[in-house]
Design a protein around this ligand. Structure first.
Ligand code: NAD
Length: 684
């Protein structure tokens, strides 16, 4: 149990092996903090890791050679152990810029070790490489390669790995009871996470066989070059030991656990091979990948590459006996997972047409402002606080009211502009309800009600992610995650907000999904709170906007403004809300849709249209929800804007449903159930 509280610093955690290891660490109950200077990776992998693991992963964009920057991480987090992936890794490049490799890999490690010493962190797992053995075929009896094989790297990259191994050995020897070092010598990591969300994203021309073939398969490269087919192997091509990256990641957990169970007064510095023990030829891997992707990839056999040898297969017995670790996945599994990653992300983490900036200072990835569809005539921007829609631009005209900085979104005066409202949108009268026989009392933020969850509102919480994907050239989806823990509301919930933008159809779809992660029941009602104005560029009020309501049914309110539980007709509702300088509305309209806890079983149904004759923009709102609150801005409501400057249409469950017997099933979320809804904003 104590294990669950341990913080692990993952250096290079945005990279290929590091990101897969973060997933395994979190699944094994560790907490992760990542440091990476993003020189060979992108923040996108961290955002995806957050969505995948539904966990906040503190991230530091810091170079390991920066002593102060590294010290700050140790000051902020009680780091129990470190997994050290950060390093430059291209063998060929290391021969052209050796000084950079020595400085980056070795100085970075020295800074890390010195900081660990200062802060009392004693455990480190180090990413070494089978490259340290050099050409093991120089010995008659060293294939498969055991850890005892003498080391003799043949390139600067391998030499940095061996130098770091020696530094670790020397440091351990200086205080043998203190330091616990696991040196992991990887063979050839391949594949990707089975989710298809994270994988290898090489910059430039891939150095390795599988990423190269993947790029041939998606036509980013013409053909595969096979370097020599005249080796003494089954098919003439060289033999290597390929290992699924998830197996490799699990090897880190096994070694961390091994270090964890060594007593306090005992140290260790030991190397383990992480390989499968089974060699595959280049052509065997080629065939496995062709099978996975269903394409006979073009290849050409060219001459042998300098330095290549026949067979480099691991002897992984030590890891099996001591770490109780062995590979569980095959080359075929890795090929399938790689293909899933490649087809979902043909350009790796790069998504075309996405502009990623920061609201706060550059590098503060918590305040990302992501814009999709720039220059297309239908452009949308979002930020993590409140998973907020910051701007929606139709043919060069903004149609929602947004703010210019994250600070303004977090300010008290922000009237929920464009934000996600939860855990419970709209009003709960007297701020109380009964759940499983127990009365729950919330803080009131109106005279007689809790509006939009008061203190535990989603609009000021920072959502995780987003996962941004571009399934085809006209569509983008952004998925944000929030883990909202028990506070005023019972139970922990996990909520996802998915925005779908279709540029061609000019639609924005918002989908909510939520479930209980802890506890037996809670309440939920989620909506988006965008203020629309279809003629904003002329600083116009709503006066000329023509509204059409599909239904004129509203919830009846008593003299105190509370719903009576009855549905009544509002005569000429459309005309009424279209009246220039007309009354202020804060009214719950009924759509007529059924109200299960997941309304996505309903068809999307148009509930409101709004059109402005001057801008010519028409908005149709379609939803699966049983009602929507219509609000057109009272006096003084919106700083720097007059009254009736914008209107909200907040699809959701009936106002105060928690307290009305016939409506409450739609908002009570029990363990195992899924809450859901979908709303589309269509522009013409
Ligand atoms: P990767 O390049 O995807 O990941 C390394 C990460 O370290 C990158 O995100 C990079 O931005 C970061 N980084 C580099 N220098 C840094 C610095 N000074 N400060 C902060 N961050 C820095 O590589 P990978 O394939 O995930 O490899 C991880 C580790 O495993 C490396 O040390 C590599 O040498 C070793 N290794 C990799 C392989 C392989 O085939 N991928 C084989 C054996 C060993």
């Amino acid at each position: 149990m104590a294990l669950q509280l341990k913080w692990v610093l993952v250096t290079g955690g945005a990279g290929y092996i590091g990101s897969h290891t973060v997933v395994e660490l979190i699944e094994n109950g560790y907490k992760c903090v990542v440091v990476d200077n993003l020189c060979n990776s992108s923040y996108e992998s961290i955002a995806r890791l957050q969505v995948l693991t539904k966990t906040e992963i503190p991230f530091f964009n810091v170079d390991l050679t920066d002593e102060e920057g590294v010290a700050k991480i140790f000051q902020q987090y009680p780091i129990d152990s470190v997994i050290h992936f950060a390093g430059l890794k291209a063998v060929g490049e290391s021969a052209t810029i050796p000084l950079k490799y020595y400085h980056n890999n070795i100085t970075g490690t020295l800074v890390l070790l010195e900081t660990m010493r200062k802060f009392g962190t004693k455990k480190l797992v180090f990413s070494s490489s089978a490259t340290v053995y050099g050409d093991a075929t120089r010995f008659p009896d060293m294939i498969p390669i055991p850890e005892e094989c003498p080391t003799q790297p043949t390139n600067p990259y391998g030499k940095t790995k061996l130098a770091i191994e020696e530094i670790l050995a020397d440091l351990h020897a200086s205080e043998p009871e203190k330091w616990k070092f696991a040196v992991l010598r990887y063979f050839n990591p391949i594949g990707a996470h089975a989710s298809g969300l994270i994988g290898e994203d090489p910059l430039g021309i891939p150095n390795n066989l599988l990423p190269y073939m993947a790029q041939v398969a998606v036509k980013r490269r013409e053909k595969l070059f096979v370097f020599g087919n005249d080796y003494d192997s089954r098919d003439g091509t060289p033999i290597r030991d390929y290992i699924h990256v998830v197996d490799l990641a699990r090897g880190h957990i096994a070694s961390l656990k091994y270090l964890d169970q060594i007593g306090d007064k005992q140290g260790i510095c030991r190397a383990w091979n992480l390989g499968s023990g089974t060699g595959s030829t280049v052509m065997e891997v080629y065939k496995a990948f062709c099978l996975a992707c269903g394409i006979d990839l073009q290849f050409e056999v060219v001459g042998r590459r300098a330095g290549d040898v026949l067979n480099l297969t691991a002897k992984p017995t030590r890891a099996l006996e001591e770490l109780k670790w062995r590979t569980e996945m095959s080359v075929a599994d890795a090929c399938e997972d790689l293909w899933k990653w490649t087809t979902g992300n043909p350009f790796g983490y790069q998504v075309m047409g996405v502009v990623d900036t920061m609201f706060n200072k550059p590098g503060d990835f918590g305040s990302r402002l992501i814009t999709v569809g720039r220059g297309s005539g239908f452009e949308a921007s979002f930020t993590n606080v409140g998973a907020t829609l910051v701007d929606l631009n139709v043919n060069g005209k903004s149609v929602v009211i947004g703010l210019a900085s994250e600070a303004e979104y977090l300010d008290e005066s922000n009237p929920y502009l464009g934000t996600t409202i939860g855990r419970y949108a709209n009003r709960i009268y007297d701020g109380s309800f009964t759940l499983e026989g127990t009365k729950v009392q919330l803080a009131l933020n109106e005279k007689n009600a809790t509006l939009h969850s008061s203190l535990q509102s989603f609009h000021k919480q920072r959502f995780l992610g987003p996962l941004v994907v571009n399934p085809n050239k006209n569509e983008y989806t952004l998925k944000y995650i929030l883990v909202d823990r028990e506070g005023q509301f019972p139970g922990d919930v996990v909520v996802s907000v998915t925005y779908g933008i279709n540029i061609k159809l000019q639609t924005l779809t918002v989908e909510y999904e939520g479930h209980l992660a802890k506890g037996s029941a809670t309440v939920m009602n989620l909506t988006n709170h965008s203020y629309f104005n279809l003629n904003m560029f002329q600083n116009s009020s709503l006066n000329d906007t023509e509204f059409k309501l599909l239904s004129d049914k509203v919830l009846e309110m008593d003299s105190n403004g509370k719903p009576t539980g009855k549905i009544v007709s509002l005569e000429n509702a459309s005309k009424f809300i279209s009246t220039p300088s007309g009354p202020h509305f804060d009214t719950c309209f009924v759509t007529g849709a059924e109200a299960p806890v997941d309304t996505r079983v309903n068809d999307l149904k148009p509930v409101l249209t709004a059109q402005h004759p001057l801008s010519g923009i028409k908005l149709t709102i379609l939803t699966t929800e049983p009602s929507f609150q219509f609000y057109n801005g009272g006096p003084g409501y919106l700083k720097n804007h007059g009254e009736r400057f914008g209107f909200c249409c907040e699809p959701g469950r009936f106002i105060n449903a928690v307290n009305i017997n016939e409506w409450r099933d739609a908002v009570f979320l029990k363990k195992g159930e899924v809450y859901g809804s979908r709303t589309t904003y269509k522009f013409e």
